[in-house]
Every structure is written in C-alpha cells, then in structure tokens.
Design a protein around this ligand. Structure first.
Ligand SMILES: C[S@@+](CC[C@H](N)C(=O)[O-])C[C@H]1O[C@@H](n2cnc3c(N)ncnc32)[C@H](O)[C@@H]1O
Length: 182
C-alpha cells in the first residue's frame, strides 16, 4: 500500500463515536440522497458515511462502498450488520488507480480521500464516468492536512475532468465542494 494512504488502524482516530459531534450524515446528505437512489462512497474507510447514506436511500436504494483496503470493507460490513443496513451496501475492493465503479450512480461521495489517490485527474475522470447526467459529487478534504491552495488545485483538476462546481457546503474540519456532471 502506498505511503500516502491512511492505514486502517489510523482510521479509529477520527472514525469513532465522538465523530457524530461534528459529522452528522443525515444532515450532510439529506439535500442530496433520496429513497431508491444508488450512490457510491469512494474511499469509504470503515463506513461511517456509507451506513448513514444507506439509511437515507431506504430499502429500495443501494450504496456502493469502495475502498482499496479489505480491512476497511470488513469493518464496514460488520458495522453495517449491527446497524441493520448491510443488505443495502455493496462492498467493493478497488485498485489504487481504478475506482472500479461500472454502475451509473445518482450521487458520489469522496470524503477525506481524494488527496490519497495517486492521480487526481484519473480519479475524477473515472468518477465523472460513473455519475449519471446531472448527478452530484460531494467532495470533502481534511483542513490542516490539505491546504486551501491544494484544495483549489484539486477543484481545478475536477473541473477539467468535467465536474462543475455548484456550491461550497459547510462541513466541519473540511474544505468541501458540491460538483455536478453537466
Ligand atoms: C482518511 S480515510 C477516510 C475514510 C472515509 N471516507 C471517512 O471519511 O471515514 C481515506 C480512505 O480512502 C481510501 N483510499 C485511499 N486511496 C484510495 C484510492 N485510490 N481508491 C479508493 N480508496 C482509497 C483509504 O483506504 C481510506 O480508507
């Protein structure tokens, strides 16, 4: 695994019960996710957001949870089982340079992961290809770890891949942008 990728054991430092104080999935995703949607959580980690998203898409929806670490996906499915939403989640092990999303999705999330990808241009091109027309990508990068200038560069790369900036939602501890496939 490349050095820049967050190892599974480090994920416990931010993905723990205290996280609800500053990241409430139902508040973050309510404007974008509706019953029956298929959405992808790119670099889902241990699934903090996948589980929250699965609750919003309901019984007829699906969340595709993609990560390159098997341990992350195992922990996600264990947690999803306890939350009663495992049947709404499709875990998928991907390669570092290929998100392996072949489905057309209504919404994509890339939370605190784009800076870990080896080639952002390739990453956004693949994400763009997976989105349906007018579907949105919510991009969030960790403040402190990623500078404002670096985030602007990331947005420019996403723009070149065909993802148009439409909003800057406020998300704790994060630089965030809502992008759309036109
Ligand atoms: C800092 S963690 C964030 C996890 C999750 N999004 C969250 O907010 O709880 C970054 C995750 O992205 C995954 N990741 C890094 N590079 C990736 C890539 N190229 N493709 C897919 N997942 C990747 C890592 O394995 C890790 O689980």
């Amino acid at each position: 695994m490349a050095k820049h990728v967050c190892p599974w054991w480090l994920a416990y430092t931010f993905d723990n019960p205290l996280r609800r104080i500053f990241h409430k999935p139902e508040e973050i995703f309510k404007p974008y996710l509706h019953e029956g949607m298929i959405a992808v959580d790119l670099g889902c980690g241990m699934g903090y957001f996948s589980i929250g998203m699965a609750k919003l898409v309901g019984e007829s929806g699906k969340i595709l949870s993609v990560d390159l670490q098997e341990k992350m996906l195992d922990t996600l499915m264990h947690r999803a089982g306890k939350a009663g939403v495992a049947h709404r989640i499709i875990p998928r092990l991907c390669a570092e340079d290929n998100i392996t999303v072949h489905e057309a999705v209504d919404f994509a999330l890339a939370f605190w992961m784009a800076h870990e990808t080896p080639d952002e241009s390739r990453f956004f091109t693949q994400t763009h290809a997976a989105l349906k027309k007018s579907a949105k990508l919510l991009l969030a990068e960790p403040k402190g770890h990623v500078t404002t200038a670096e985030f602007k560069t990331t947005l420019a790369i996403a723009g070149k891949a065909g993802l148009t900036w439409i909003d800057s939602p406020v998300i704790s501890l994060s630089h965030a942008a809502l992008l759309e496939k036109r």
